[in-house]
Design a protein around this ligand. Structure first.
Ligand SMILES: [Zn+2]
Length: 319
């Protein structure tokens, strides 16, 4: 089931399902026609183009594509979209450019970078869903504005944590933020509301600063890559919940390091953290490798943990 809905004047949310979760793209339909994220490889044909057709918009009318961050469910459709709208410019966070451009690089640098030392990762080769290689035209670093119509600009925000260059769009006039996967709550839900996957932030301090930054903005409506639409207090609760989750994960990891004299592996820590969270499904809990490794790097930097074994799998202990 795919569908689109007008959120407010000239701004649309396009919805499809991917692995039980909602996958959202956003369409700004003005003098510039801007599409935020492109889904997996088949999303343009399955959801985006049919919705454009419903609105009587031709694909070649699109002028700007923005990929918020390097993940195949947000960039997989880029190459196809460039084929149907060759004059449109593709942008992403400059810091993420190499991974957004090339699924191979995405797999090597983001999904499988822990395989050798920690024995966790994904399949070696990018799946079909990751789409084809696609060059990026514009690298954003946050602070830019895009003029959609006369008198209507949206701001490009740099909201790192889930990736180095993660972008969000902010429509100040309408107090709406389009944050994709910049904020994680305590995990990402399936479309039916049950828990789908763990939080997947990685750069912990940057993530915390992003949460703080979003709290300084006037946000009445929060639109994301997979989470339900949130308004008012829900937005503030979601951000607070995200911060609490960071604190909880940190506490669980530190307690585990103290308890285990011989050191703990990344896998063991993932298990501990998942157990403490309670509702992360078994079959997706490995995705917690991102935050757990992120917390370990932070604890090392803070002098609170150190690596004691590099012979087989890396183990950490308290400092
Ligand atoms: Zn995502």
């Amino acid at each position: 089931m795919e569908a689109g809905v007008e959120l407010y004047r000239k701004v649309h949310q396009i919805q499809s399902l991917y692995n039980r979760r909602n996958l959202f793209q956003y369409l700004f339909l003005a003098r510039n026609v801007c599409l935020l994220d492109s889904g997996v490889a088949e999303t343009p044909q399955k959801a985006i183009l049919p919705y454009l057709d419903e609105l009587k918009v031709k694909p070649e009318q699109m002028t700007i594509f923005i990929t918020t961050h390097p993940d195949f469910d947000h960039q997989g459709g880029n190459a196809f979209l460039k084929e149907v709208a060759p004059r449109a410019l593709l942008g992403c966070g400059e810091a993420d450019r190499a991974m957004v451009e090339d699924p191979r690089t995405l797999y090597d640098l983001r999904y499988n970078f822990l395989r050798n030392e920690h024995g966790v990762g994904f399949e070696a080769d990018p799946p079909r869903d990751a789409g084809k290689r696609c060059p990026v035209d514009i690298g954003f670093s946050g602070g830019e504005t895009i003029s959609l119509d006369e008198g209507w600009q949206i701001e490009v925000l740099h909201v790192p944590g889930h990736s180095h260059g993660h972008l969000a769009l902010y429509d100040r006039q309408n107090r709406a933020a389009f944050v994709s996967d910049a904020v994680h709550g305590r995990g990402c839900p399936n479309a039916d509301g049950s828990m789908g996957i763990p939080v997947t932030y990685f750069y912990v301090d940057k993530y915390l600063s992003t949460l703080r930054y979003l709290e300084t903005l006037e946000i009445e409506s929060l639109y994301s890559g997979h989470w339900p639409v949130m308004h008012g207090e829900e937005v503030r609760d979601f951000i607070a919940d995200s911060r609490r989750t960071v604190e909880l994960i940190d506490r669980v990891i530190i307690a585990s390091l103290h308890r285990t004299a011989g050191g703990v592996t990344l896998r063991e820590l993932i298990e501990e953290v998942s157990c403490a969270m309670g509702d992360w499904p078994k079959d997706t809990q490995n995705l917690a490798m991102f935050p757990v490794k992120g917390h370990m790097e932070r604890l090392e930097t803070q002098g609170k943990a150190r690596i004691i074994n590099r012979v087989s799998l890396t183990k950490w202990t308290v400092n």
